[in-house]
Design a protein around this ligand. Structure first.
Ligand code: 13P
Length: 264
């Protein structure tokens, strides 16, 4: 059975204590939800990671890192290596977030090095992709998404597919100035992504969950999650209060059950 995913990226918000309190509240608020059907994850700041991995059971809420260097050690001031993340029991690593690509000018080639290095170290790699507003206006969104996938997943082997998650986060939809994608638009791009994953990996490409992110909120969450090609929601601002995030999750699960969406 294919799971449905709900996760959040805490970006550069919350101090260590706030992160721990948030995680405990979220764990409690979602304790009755069956983890065989639903997967939850939280990606806090680097500095909060050791306390975060100590404060919740990762069978209940998986803890992820917001970035990772692609070498095990070396002269890379400011970078965090996979060994360091492994040491503190991080299981999930996000790479290629829009803010990394557009604020810090990271490239597809760099994301690919991180993906390959993370897989080598046994992490689940969450690769974020998404077109800019300008690319959307030029009508090249599909090409951009395909190119980010082909480059970002270059040399990933079929056996590693189960350790890959994709987040589709259109750059124009993210953050305080973002406009959420309509559910039809998001679904159509998820279809393009899934077709591309099949081109790369064959049928097993369909095992890769594709999550939508970018101004997900309590009003649009259920219509997004019920779309055919959307396997989960990757939420920013609307998830940073644990009670609100739990309620968004419960409401989405309720709607999914009513829609009887084929979870496969
Ligand atoms: P917002 O939901 O705040 O737009 O952020 C989404 C995001 O960047 C998740 O990684």
């Amino acid at each position: 059975m294919k799971k449905v995913y709900f996760g959040t990226n805490l970006k550069m918000y919350k101090n260590i204590q706030q992160t721990v309190d948030y995680l405990k509240e979220l764990e409690k608020g979602t304790e009755l939800i069956n983890r065989e059907e639903y997967e939850f994850f939280v990606i806090p700041s680097y500095i909060s990671l050791p306390s975060a991995t100590n404060s919740v059971s990762q069978d209940k809420i998986r803890i992820g890192a917001q970035n990772m260097g692609w070498e095990e050690e070396g002269q890379y001031t400011g970078e965090i290596s996979p060994r360091m993340l492994d040491e503190i029991s991080v299981k999930l690593v996000m790479v290629g977030h829009s803010e990394r690509r557009h604020v810090f000018r990271e490239t597809d080639e760099e994301e690919n090095k991180k993906v390959l290095c993370g897989l080598k170290h046994g992490f689940t790699m969450l690769l974020c992709i998404g077109e800019t507003e300008n690319e959307k206006e030029f009508g090249i969104s599909n090409e951009v998404l395909r190119s980010q996938l082909i480059k970002g997943l270059h040399c990933v082997r079929k056996e590693e597919v189960k350790k890959i998650w994709i987040a589709y986060e259109p750059v124009w939809a993210i953050g305080v100035n973002g406009k959420p994608a309509s559910e039809e638009y998001a679904n159509s791009k998820h279809k393009v992504i899934k077709e591309c994953l099949i081109d790369i990996f064959g049928e097993c490409g369909l095992e890769i969950p594709v999550l939508y992110g970018g101004s997900v909120n309590p009003q649009n969450a259920d219509s997004l999650i019920t779309q055919e090609y959307i396997d989960g929601l990757f939420v920013g601002r609307s998830a940073w209060n644990a009670e609100q995030f739990s309620s968004l999750i419960f409401k989405s699960i309720d709607t999914l059950k009513k829609h009887n969406k084929k979870v496969m």
